[in-house]
Design a protein around this ligand. Sequence first.
Ligand code: GLY
Length: 411
Amino acid sequence: MKPLLYFILAAGLTAYTAGGEKDFISSNAGFARQQLKHMLKDTESRDSLAFPRTINKEGKMITTSMYDWTPGFFPGSLWYAYEQTKDPVLQQEAVKWTEKLEPLKDFTQHHDLGFMMYCSYGNAYRLTGNKAYRDILIQGARSLSTRFNPVTKSIKSWNAFKTWHGQQLYYYPVIIDNLMNLELLFFAAKETGDTSFRHIAVSHAETAMYNQVRPDYSSYHVVCYDTTNGKVLARETAQGYADNSTWSRGQAWGIYGFTMIYRETHDPRFLKTATGMADWFLDNKNLPEDKVPYWDFNVQEKGYTPGVRSNANKVKTKYRDVSAAAIVASALFELSGYAGKEKGTQYRQAAITILHSLAGSAYRAPEEKNGNFILMHSVGSIPHNAEIDVPLVYADYYFLEALQRYKASLD
Ligand code: GLY
């Protein structure tokens, strides 16, 4: 249905009209186009295989190699900005930055291939139909599948994880973020007809649903498995405040991940998990009014203690994490289409509120500031003392994706 004029009571009594919201989306897309072009200019004087990630204390861009987990987000942002503005320069650059990542199709050293390839090549294939991109994605899915173990019924995230409590190392850690990588496997299953990709994705999703999501639908960040019998050895955190806390971006990955898994499977257990996790997030007493969460829902709360080695012990400021908000906004636009009328409306309104918060002056950077990233105030990892209150390339990516999903819902 295409309402000509409708009102959304999203933030308090704010009323938004469809026409006004289209202007809101296009002005944000226009701003993104400008920032991305400034960023492209900055990249010209750097190593051609350096991928934008964040900024340093002087406000200058920090980059990573393609083998970190985030190289797909810059090309992905270029694709979304191109999709919204139809600017041919953005398209050329999106192609160029995507194609740099071709070597990743054979990469097997960690689980993040879904992020790395589906945000870049996935969008490239969706928008161009270029069959070469499809083949690269399928090879990437084969590489990701090598990390699946039928005993743990999970894809191994990292090759090792060291607890914050001491020196203990675990060799089969699975993090909630890993749900996001399954989209690449579902894609490969559909494209090739090879059901093993789908089997791996569904097995991993079921295992995460049982072991990573708590009965109240909050989430553990890291679950470590025994490869001899598939039993859980430990439930801990890497980037959250405490083992029993809920790391905001982890919860965001869960909401997004289980929504996508429901789209691909139509299995009502996954929808229940997605809505349970979304309700936990949105109804939480610790979620600020603008719906941009603190970096962890339980920072400095009674009953939550960081491990002795964690830098979270030293950080007293309760930083927000804009990246978590952007991921949740994008997820909620999709989930609103699956959750029935009443909940669907509630999720959509929450997504719109988040987008308006992020596009306001508290979070959206002025042009040519913030290392030319779009959004300010994200958190990479406080326990590791890394990327605290900075822009992050993936916050921008999910903001642009959420804008695109909002736009598509109004067209
Ligand atoms: N996947 C890593 C993170 O969310 O920081």
